[in-house]
Design a protein around this ligand. Structure first.
Ligand SMILES: NC(=O)c1ccc[n+]([C@@H]2O[C@H](COP(=O)([O-])OP(=O)(O)OC[C@H]3O[C@@H](n4cnc5c(N)ncnc54)[C@H](OP(=O)(O)O)[C@@H]3O)[C@@H](O)[C@H]2O)c1
Length: 284
């Protein structure tokens, strides 16, 4: 069985990320995860070590809706690790019914679901470049099909609806994968996005209104388990598919076409420039 060196996954304390990290810990020599709750992180590390026998598990704490925390996590990883083979950008939220800005002034869903993964990928790029087979795996969603791309409303500036904001952020994941795949191909980097399925997780359970409805739906039997929901992620992170495919969007381990707006090179380029301007101070 082939083993890889080092993987990092965000949002591993629950749902799809939690199911995936157990598989990563079997295939990768070292596994790093991010969490925002130290107790959950400690419990997960302990359980991972016990279940998989992998003792090279480490974590970094931070709130990924904040670019300062995202940046601090990345600088910690860079200080303590010499290379990175696989970056899995999984943490995500469905925001609250009312538009909420972080203390840094970004809309919460956009910041957590897109801007933080965008910044993290940029900051960890030098470490990924040290790998022979670097890959980035981004957890998007078929929910991206609900919305049209609107650069002027990516943060709900004109009109905010939680589901629309979520949908746009997941479209951003696909557009980012597409553009990064193009721009970073000289670095041998492979960047792909995926839809995990409708998965029974904690997703949306803490909110009100539309969130409760989604959480209710998730309890329904037609939703798949977290382990099943992690399958395409694990496929991209631990098989050759993840270093052969580039700039693709997958569902059930198969490449599928995203919506026209999520497949537009023009949108991808505009999103890149817009996002870069927002995090520029963290990249200087
Ligand atoms: N469930 C589905 O049906 C479905 C469908 C399509 C796509 N997805 C995508 O799958 C990904 C994982 O979702 P899930 O269903 O597994 O949800 P989940 O059970 O709610 O897990 C989300 C993970 O992200 C972490 N997280 C959320 N906000 C964070 C923040 N500000 N800072 C740091 N960590 C944060 C959570 O940490 P805590 O444990 O501390 O809360 C948790 O580990 C998301 O990107 C979601 O958009 C899910």
């Amino acid at each position: 069985m082939q083993t890889y060196q080092t993987a990092l996954i965000t949002g591993a304390t629950s749902g799809i990320g939690r199911a995936a990290i157990f598989e990563l810990a079997k295939k990768y020599e070292k596994v790093i995860f991010t969490a925002r709750d130290i107790q959950k992180a400690e419990l997960l590390k302990e359980e991972l070590e016990k279940v998989t026998g992998n003792k090279a598990i480490s974590y970094y704490l931070g709130d990924l809706s904040l670019m300062k925390d995202t940046s601090a996590i990345c600088h910690g990883v860079i200080r303590e690790h010499s290379s990175l083979d696989c970056l899995v950008l999984n943490a995500g939220i469905l925001g609250s019914d009312q538009r909420q800005l972080t203390e840094e002034g970004f809309e919460q869903t956009f910041a957590t679901n897109h801007l933080s993964p965008f910044l993290m990928s940029h900051l960890l790029l030098p470490l990924l470049r040290k790998s022979e087979t670097p890959r980035i795996v981004i957890v998007s969603s078929e929910a991206h099909r609900i919305s049209r791309f609107d650069l002027m409303n990516l943060q709900g500036e004109r009109k905010y609806r939680a589901l629309n904001s979520y949908s746009l952020s997941k479209m951003c994941n696909i557009l980012f994968a597409k553009e990064a795949a193009e721009r970073w191909q000289d670095d041998r980097m492979k960047v792909n996005a995926l839809h995990p399925g409708g998965v029974r997780t904690n997703f949306g359970k803490n909110g009100g209104g539309v969130l409760r409805t989604v959480a209710f739906l998730m309890a329904k039997p037609f939703f798949i388990s977290a382990e099943q929901g992690a399958e395409t992620l694990v496929y991209l992170a631990t098989t050759d598919a993840g270093v052969k495919l580039n700039g693709q969007y997958l569902k059930k381990k198969k490449v599928i076409q995203p919506s026209g707006d999520a497949n537009s090179a023009d949108n991808a380029q505009k999103l890149w420039d817009y996002s870069l301007a927002l995090v520029k101070s963290k990249l200087d």
